[in-house]
Design a protein around this ligand. Sequence first.
Ligand code: NG1
Length: 438
Amino acid sequence: MQAKTSAVRQGGRRLLVRPSDEQIAEGPARRALIAAGCAAFEEHFGAPEPSALVFAPGRVNLIGDHTDYNGLPVLPMALQRGIVILLRPRPDETVRVANLDPRFPPRTFQLQTPIDPDPAGDWVNYVKAAAQALTDRHGQLVGVDALIASDLAVAVGLSSSSALTVASALGLLHAADIEMERHDLMSLIAEGERYVGTEGGGMDQAICLGGRRQYALRIDFDPLHLTATPVPPEWRFVVASSLTEAQKSGAAREIYNLRGRECASALDAVKGKIERAESTDGFRELMARTPLSELVALSQEVLNDRLARRFRHVVTEAERVERACRAMMDGDLEGFGRLMIESHRSLRDDFEVSCEALDDLVEASIAGGAAGARLTGAGFGGCVVALCHVDRTPALVEHLTTKFYEPRGVRDALAGVGSGAGALLVAEPSDGARVTAL
Ligand code: NG1
C-alpha cells in the first residue's frame, strides 16, 4: 500500500499528519494487529483494500476523577494502546462495521438522521454517536466499510469507548473529506457521545485527540483548554487491572449519571448560601470566590451527609489537580504520590465509586513501593494507576504479580491489560488520534 498524507487542523492551524514508520509500523504488535485487520477487512468487505488507517489511543487519568462534568480540571495522558480502524469510503450512505473481536458482531446502518441507537450497551452505538454528531454538524456524510481492531482492553476505565467514538469520527471525516479544528472536534464528540446514554464530561475525547508523547495534559473546561506538562523521565505510571469490569454501559452507568445529578443539586444548595453568587455559577466560580475550607464547611451546614461528601470530593479533587500539576512540574514524585493516595480515599469514601478489588490493589501497590496509587476513570471496577520511580518499577511489578495477580490465577500479568491473560501496563505518555491515508 502506498502511503500518502492526510490533514487535520489543530488550534486553527493545518497540521499535516505524515504516515511515518511509527504510524504505520508502530512496533511488531501493532503491525500484527493491522495485518490481522487487513485480512479481516478483505474477508468481510472484499476488494479493494482499505484507503485509510485511523488510530485513537486510550488514556489513563493520573488525577482528577468525576471533576470534568463539574467543569473542573483533570490530568490524564494518552496511552500507547488504542483502537485501530481500517476503512474505505462507499458510494452510498451505508456504514458497515466489523470488529476483529468476536464479542462485537458486524453491524450495518444508514447515515440518515435521526440515526436510531441499537439497544443500550451495543458496541455500534459508539460509531453511531460519532455519525450522528457529525451529521448534525455537517449534513450528509459518506458511507464507509470499516474494520475495527484494538489492543486496548474494554471496560477497564481506560476509555476504549471514547477511543472508538473518536476513531469513528476521524474515519467518517476523512471519508467525507471534511476538516475540523481539533478543539472543536473534542467538544463536538464529547457532547455527541452522550448519545449512548452516559452523561459524561469531556476529558476522554479531549485527551484522545490532544495527547502528546512524553506529556500529561491538564484539561480545563468551559472554555476547553489543554496545557501540556512533561512527565519527568524517571517517573513511571503503572496501570494495573483490578480484574473487575467497569461496565459503564450497564448498572454502573446509572450510578455514574446519578453522581452527576447529586453534584448538581449539591452545587445549587451551596450556591444559594453564598452572597453574590450568580445563578449561572458553577463549581469553578464558587472555588474562585470562596476559600476551600469555607466552602467545605458551608456545604456541611446546608447539605445532608451524602451530598456533603459528594461536594467535598469534587472541590478537594480539583484542588489536588492543581497541586499535582505543580508537583509534576517540580519533579516531586513523593508529593504527587501523596495526592494520588488522598484522591483514592476521597473517591472511595466521599464519592463511593471504588470497590474492594480496587482498594486492595491500591494497597498492594503502595506495599510494593509505589509513591501513590488510585483508581482511574469512573471507578466501579477497572484499573488502578500507580506511580513509582523507574528503578522501582520491576519490584512493584513483581510485588503486584505475586501478591495480587497470581493468587487470582493470572499467570502472565505483564502481558498487558486486557491482552488475554495480562493485567499490567507500564504507561507511555503518547500522541493523540491520527488518520493516515493508505
Ligand atoms: P471512563 O473511565 O472512561 O468511564 C468516565 C467519563 C469521563 C469522566 C470519568 C471520571 C465518559 C465517556 N467518560 O470515564 O468523562 O467523567 O468517567 O472522571 O463518560
